[in-house]
Ligand binder design. Structure first.
Ligand code: SAM
Length: 430
């Protein structure tokens, strides 16, 4: 086959075989990841320097310490693993476009992929930053479990489902490090195969109009449950549904006490077969005991709300049960704002800058304390009405005293805390 040359960002890669995976549509995914990593590495560096100063610069290295030692020149080790690298394009772009990175490992199981990566590293003159690895992604990660060997960031971009890589990923990322994870098996996550979803992700998916946000929340609960096994927990920075896939960016921290709060971040979802409404049932609550020295260490455990019934309180039809879903915020607003500002101030750095800015602006407006959303066309379709203009619904909800926002995942979405009957009243009186 003839050699194909592909330019993206500051990288130029050569492809000599069709057998190595390359998808031009994923430029947006790679651009967004670079923007996120740019902000992340900057903050991570500052955090590590502060940690090192706190520990005392002259303290001998303690190999069991979380976090790598920072030397006296404020050099922070920021290593990235691209566990499923294919052509190496992403790793080469990270090397050339993300500041503060000290080392990148580009791994792939396929021999041809690794040969392609190696050739592309030389072609782009990034030998000083990237090393190749020819291994199973899980094996590479298990070899980096030790706190002194962990990566600051791990990128998982598999075909389909990433869950087989999570056990090793949550163990081999630094405390305060970042996981960047793609899933492309949307049929499974978005409700076409709930039983497969349960076996792969540990949650039942739902066939509903807000399935893309459900997919993100299933992914997040799945990562959290893997992390919790090792007394670690996640903090989502940004969670995106785009094209045919989802992509989540989460920080991982160590802390057994925080893992006790996980049940209060998860909910079962009762999906009405009649009106499509979803009612969330939190898995549990965490009852702080003010008389204890450390109130978060209390053993008291409360179910956070009475169980949702078999029938929908709005239309009396049967519920389907889905979940558990991550029901805590899926983005960190301050972080998203920084990424958005970076992209808006540097549009020339990203081929897909406009699209990133558009999506992040929507993400920033999302009501973070309201999981899931109604869908305007589905609501009107249920009662055989033509679709009501979004503006009318949004003003009616605002007038009734309820906050309202879109979700970036759907143009027809309405996020609101207004109870279902209020939404239906608005439609009926329209
Ligand atoms: N991240 C790449 C990009 O942005 O262009 C695309 C990665 S492609 C979707 C998935 C890659 O994972 C393929 O090159 C495949 O050979 C590799 N792969 C599949 N299973 C693997 C495993 N268990 N360990 C390492 N690599 C694997």
């Amino acid at each position: 086959t003839a050699t194909k040359s592909i330019k993206e960002g500051k990288a130029e890669i050569c492809l000599t075989t069709e057998k190595v995976f390359y998808n031009p549509v994923q430029e947006f995914n790679r651009d967004l990841s670079i923007a996120v990593l740019t902000i992340f590495t900057k903050e991570y560096k500052t955090e590590q320097i502060a940690k090192a100063e706190k520990r005392g610069k002259n303290k001998p290295q303690n190999p069991t310490d979380e976090g790598r030692e920072t030397d006296t020149n404020n050099e922070v080790d920021i290593s990235i693993l691209e566990a499923l690298s294919a052509t190496g394009l992403r790793s080469i772009r990270y090397a050339k476009e993300v500041p503060n990175v000290t080392k990148i490992v580009a791994n792939d199981l396929s021999k041809q992929a690794v040969e392609t990566i190696q050739a592309n590293i030389v072609h782009n003159e990034v030998e000083n930053l990237i090393e190749t690895s020819h291994d199973d992604a899980c094996m590479v990660m298990y070899k980096h479990k030790h706190p002194m060997k962990r990566f600051a960031a791990i990128d998982l971009d598999p075909y389909g489902c990433p869950s087989v890589f999570l056990d090793s990923a949550v163990q081999s990322v630094q405390d305060g490090g970042l996981l960047l994870i793609t899933a492309t098996d949307m049929a499974v996550l978005a409700g076409n195969a709930p039983e497969t979803c349960y076996s792969k992700y540990g949650a039942i998916s739902l066939k509903t109009k807000c399935c893309h946000e459900v997919a993100l929340r299933i992914m997040l609960q799945c990562i959290e449950s893997h992390a919790n096994r090792y007394s670690r927990y996640i903090v989502p920075l940004l969670s995106i549904s785009a094209d045919f896939y989802i992509r989540v960016f989460v920080k991982v921290y160590t802390g057994a006490i925080h893992c006790k709060k996980t049940t209060s971040k998860l909910s079962m979802a009762y999906h009405c077969t009649g009106c499509d409404n979803i009612t969330l049932q939190p898995l549990g609550g965490f009852k702080p005991n003010p008389t204890e020295k450390n109130p978060t260490q209390t053993k008291a455990y409360l179910p956070a709300a009475p169980p949702v019934g078999e029938f929908c309180s709005n239309c009396n039809q049967r519920h389907h049960l889905g979940g558990p879903l991550w029901s805590a915020p899926i983005h960190d607003e301050a972080f998203v704002t920084k990424v958005l500002n970076h992209v808006e101030n540097n549009p020339d750095l990203f081929g897909t800058a406009k699209r990133i800015a558009g999506i992040l602006a929507m993400v920033r407006e999302e009501l973070l304390d309201i999981p899931l959303y109604h869908s305007m066309d589905r609501l009107c379709g249920r009662v055989h009405l033509e679709t009501m203009p979004m503006l009318i619904m949004r003003s009616a909800l605002l007038n009734a005293g309820y906050k309202v926002s879109y979700s970036h995942a759907s143009r027809m979405s309405i996020k609101t805390r207004a109870p279902a009957h209020v939404v239906w009243d608005i439609i009926r009186t329209w």
